[in-house]
Design a protein around this ligand. Structure first.
Ligand code: BMX
Ligand code: ZN
Length: 296
């Protein structure tokens, strides 16, 4: 089976051809700034017209709260979708292919679970990227909640006096640990033009740069122990540009190990690496997981 996979993030859109669970072609573009659904769909499909001809179906994973009627922003600072943004319907109309759509981290959780299914039943995928997202697997199934919101762990509050979050709360994990949050602190305290890649390089021998990264890692460790206390997880799988950055997961693990034993949870890097969400987009057409309620 050939699936055109599309992963929409706050910063970039990744596109790929997935055949029998393997990514055989891949490209990426900057996330379009248009809020017109037709323009958005045309823009993201334009680099892959050849792949589209071969694809039997299209799987989309996207930042945002994905409900049957479309995408809504929880944090419009990550990506301001007008609501509801019925991208799946528009892509279906333009491409004449079946389309399934899920939240990015929920999709990645489904993909990552496949590699661990023999050993674990309860697992969370946590992405630390533009925002902080999550997907939760309980008893081998994606936990969706009553209305597909489940997994928006970036918006659990860990500091009641913490910084404002675009979701309307303050002290959310996302407002402290995300790539956007790290960058905000770095711009204010180190150098107004530093990128997160440069910040990680600088942190090798600069204590103030390292302190910014450590604060993020500590917040993610608190998130992981909170998830352990809530769901008694067997495993947390970490992904995203920040989550996969050099030594970041090791830092998170150091903080987890400082917690009482009952709340410690094993943590590992995403087997799909930076493409876990993209592979998760295609995974919606796999029959191996009960995911039949994805938005079609
Ligand atoms: C935000 C939220 C989540 C998403 C997470 C990670 C929006 C637009 N997005 O918390 O739905 O899963 O960011 O998204 O409200 P990413 O863009 O960083 O991958
Ligand atoms: Zn929030």
């Amino acid at each position: 089976m050939s699936t055109l996979a599309i992963d929409i993030g706050g910063t970039k859109v990744a596109l790929g051809m997935v055949e029998n669970g393997k990514l055989i072609e891949r490209t990426q573009i900057a996330t379009p700034s248009t809020i017109d659904v037709r323009e958005f769909a045309n823009h993201i499909l334009s680099p892959c017209s050849e792949w589209l001809e071969k694809a039997q179906n299209i799987g989309i994973s996207t930042t945002g709260w994905v409900k049957p009627e479309g995408i809504t922003s929880i944090n419009p600072d990550t990506l301001p979708f007008p609501q509801p943004f019925a991208l799946h319907r528009e892509v279906e109309r333009t491409s004449d292919r079946p389309v399934a759509m899920l939240n990015d981290a929920q999709a990645a959780a489904c993909f990552e679970f496949k590699s661990h299914a023999n050993l674990v039943k309860n697992m969370a995928y946590v992405t630390v990227s533009t925002g902080v997202g999550g997907g939760i697997i309980i008893d081998g199934k994606l936990h969706k909640g009553s209305n597909w919101l489940a997994g928006h762990i970036g918006h659990t509050v860990i500091d009641i006096n913490g910084p404002d979050c675009g979701c309307g709360q303050n002290g959310c994990v996302e407002a402290i640990a995300s790539g956007t949050a790290i960058n905000k602190v770095a711009q204010a305290t180190i150098n107004p033009t530093i990128s997160n890649i440069e910040l990680f390089e600088l942190a090798r021998n600069d204590a103030s740069a390292m302190a910014i990264i450590k604060r993020s890692a500590q917040a993610i460790a608190v998130l992981c122990t909170n998830l352990k206390a809530t769901y008694d997880l067997d495993l947390v799988v970490l992904g995203g540009g920040v989550g996969l950055a050099s030594h970041y997961m090791e830092l998170v693990d150091e903080y987890i190990q400082q917690k009482p034993a009952a709340f410690r949870v094993p943590i590992t890097k995403a087997s799909g690496d930076y493409d876990a969400c993209l592979l998760g987009a295609a995974e919606q057409f796999s029959l191996s997981l009960d995911n039949s309620n994805a938005q079609h």
